[in-house]
Design a protein around this ligand. Structure first.
Ligand SMILES: Nc1ncnc2c1ncn2[C@@H]1O[C@H](COP(=O)(O)OP(=O)(O)O)[C@@H](O)[C@H]1O
Ligand SMILES: [Mg+2]
Length: 291
């Protein structure tokens, strides 16, 4: 198992945000963690990346207990994160932001840099632009691209679709699938359960600090309880794929190839140099962060 949480408890003062979370992420998988606001999704990712410590329980990476390993060492070990609310450096250029992703590495990062620009041609176009003047969708691409510069074995993504227009949501999810196809394991946290379940191999449902369901993603997509709680009014543009019963549901919803994604990324956005208005991002608005 690449990554494993065993009975993890995390507190913020007296508040117990995680009440015994256990989950596993195997090499090559896309695993989704879905759940409502305040369920503990961000806390789970922060516990994996080392920004919060467990009050009880353990985190294992490649079989080793990493509970006492500092965050920067976890990045070097292969745990990459694109944080909630982007976390980019607004005054630095796109290029400088990408390079920050490789800050802990001593080896050559030119391959990963080229790959980030290839996956996100928009970032290549905006290489010298101040990151803070990019649109919400572009900043999300930058956050993911930067995480790739650390050459992660597992990429932790915290609500990459948050605040984005539907077309951009499709693009981001297609690129996530492409990153996985190229060999990176993904742990995807989402409130957008519909999309996350269509992309993932397996999924966990988190409710107020506890895992309440764990199953192949296709099973959860068809589960009446999960649908009532997380998929109501979130059917998106492809109701056929959702309505179809049975295990073939996920096969119906294979995302577009990365090539078509790149083409779409040029359409429907504002003129060069101006942040797009269509995907305004409530940046960090609901990210309580007392560190
Ligand atoms: N820095 C913090 N200080 C105190 N409580 C926090 C902090 N961060 C998160 N919490 C609480 O922990 C719980 C889980 O939060 P979080 O992991 O951000 O949930 P999610 O990402 O699923 O919305 C919530 O009740 C939240 O209010
Ligand atoms: Mg969160």
């Amino acid at each position: 198992m690449l990554l494993e949480l065993k009975d993890v408890h995390v507190h913020y003062g007296k508040i117990e945000a995680l009440k015994g979370v256990s989950l596993q992420v195997g090499e090559g998988e896309i695993v989704s963690l879905i759940g409502g606001n305040g369920a503990g999704k961000t806390t789970t990712l922060k516990t994996i990346s080392g920004l919060r410590s467990c009050s009880a329980g353990s985190v294992f990476f490649e079989g080793a207990d990493i509970g006492s390993m500092p965050g920067h060492k976890r990045v070097l070990a292969g745990i990459g994160q694109a944080p909630e609310g982007r976390g980019i450096f607004p005054g630095m250029t796109v290029h400088e932001n990408l390079l920050m992703g490789a800050y802990a590495r001593k080896d050559d990062h030119s391959k990963e840099l080229a790959e980030a620009y290839e996956l996100f041609p928009r970032l290549a176009e905006r290489r010298s632009q101040a990151a803070g003047t990019m649109s919400g969708g572009e900043q999300q691409m930058l956050a993911i691209g930067r995480a790739l510069l650390s050459k992660p074995k597992v990429l932790l993504l915290d609500e990459p679709s948050m605040g984005l227009a539907p077309m951009l949501v499709q693009q981001i999810f297609s690129i996530i699938e492409e990153i996985n196809r190229r060999g990176t394991t993904i742990l995807l946290v989402e409130q957008n359960a519909q999309q996350a379940l269509r992309l993932a191999h397996r999924a966990y449902v988190l409710e107020t600090g506890r895992i309440v369901r764990s199953a192949p993603a296709s099973e959860l997509l068809d589960d009446p309880q999960v649908r009532a709680a997380y998929l109501g009014g979130d059917v998106g543009g492809d109701p056929g794929a959702v309505a179809a019963p049975g295990p073939e549901t996920v096969a119906l919803s294979k995302p577009a190839k990365a090539e078509s994604v790149k083409d779409e990324s040029v359409k429907g956005e504002s003129a060069k140099g101006e942040p797009a208005k269509d995907d305004a991002e409530p940046d960090g608005a609901d990210a309580p962060d007392g560190e």
